[in-house]
Ligand binder design. Structure first.
Ligand code: 6PG
Length: 258
């Protein structure tokens, strides 16, 4: 049975960032207690920036020594490029917290052959998560955003990447620049212990409603709607503007995470 999304709706962006940070730190604590390490995949796009800043403010580098940082997706640009998801995380999170390089597993967006870069990242996932080929790596927390067309990570509607059923990482094709991307597949995302969607602002209200309160089958086939953790939790952290049109029937709404 599909997991029921847990919904946290916060009044403004500051409370939203605080709630997302509190939840991330709580899930880290649980993973460390249960498995001795925390396998975290960061989201792309601009929305997570506020969360990264908050984490860098409310935590210290020494708290992250048992955490391995992965990426849900990357744009095929160099790591110093302004469109690089790694670049954003480095500026807002890794550098302020002085995260040691060996714990940062970035996708090589600059690689001339994206498919080779995707296979390289599968090797990294295999080595760090110790997962046998043929199985699926289990990440503790996968952070995701959502685009207005319903894409998530770099899984875009109508693309092959969305229908990939064997690979862990594949090449995504975006309708916007930069077009070539690297992305975790649904197979990896849906094996996570927790998937946490981050969305804020009025511009996201329409797609949030379409994903969380689908009206027709095509809504349920959108990439973000196909994120259904097999055994894990599915959480959405929204600000009031992004949640403005929800009726709240298809989710379990939670107060601010503690
Ligand atoms: C990317 C992302 C993508 C993103 C959404 C939302 O690299 O672009 O991973 O899936 O999360 O496009 O982007 P914003 O947060 O910038 O609105």
């Amino acid at each position: 049975m599909a997991v029921l999304p847990e919904l946290h709706v916060l009044n403004d962006l500051s409370q939203w960032a605080a709630a997302a940070a509190t939840l991330t730190l709580k899930l880290r604590r649980q993973a460390l207690e249960e498995r001795g390490r925390f396998l975290l995949a960061l989201s792309g796009g601009r929305t997570p920036e506020q969360l990264y800043h908050r984490l860098a403010t409310v935590s210290t580098g020494s708290e992250w020594t048992s955490t391995d940082f992965f990426f849900s997706d990357e744009r095929c640009v160099p790591p110093e490029h302004s469109e690089s998801n790694f670049h954003l995380a480095e500026q807002a999170l890794f550098r302020p917290l002085n995260i040691p390089q060996p714990h940062i597993h970035r996708m090589r967006g600059e690689h001339p052959d994206p498919d080779t870069a995707a296979r390289e990242y599968e090797d990294v996932l295999q080595a760090v998560t110790n997962t046998a080929r043929g199985g699926w790596p289990h990440l503790d927390l996968v952070l995701l955003g959502v685009g207005n067309d319903g894409h998530t990570a770099s899984l875009f509607p109508g693309t092959d990447a969305l229908h990939e059923r064997r690979r862990w990482v594949t090449v995504g094709h975006a309708p916007s620049d930069p077009p070539r991307r690297l992305t975790l597949t649904l197979g990896v995302i849906n094996q996570a212990t927790v998937v946490l969607f981050l969305a804020s602002g009025e511009s996201k209200a329409g797609i949030v409603k379409t994903i969380l309160e689908p009206q027709q089958e095509s809504d349920r086939q959108l990439p973000a709607a196909l994120v259904r953790p097999e055994r894990g939790r599915l959480i959405w952290v929204l600000d009031r503007a992004a949640a403005a049109t929800l009726t709240g029937h298809s989710t379990q709404t939670h107060p601010r995470p503690t």
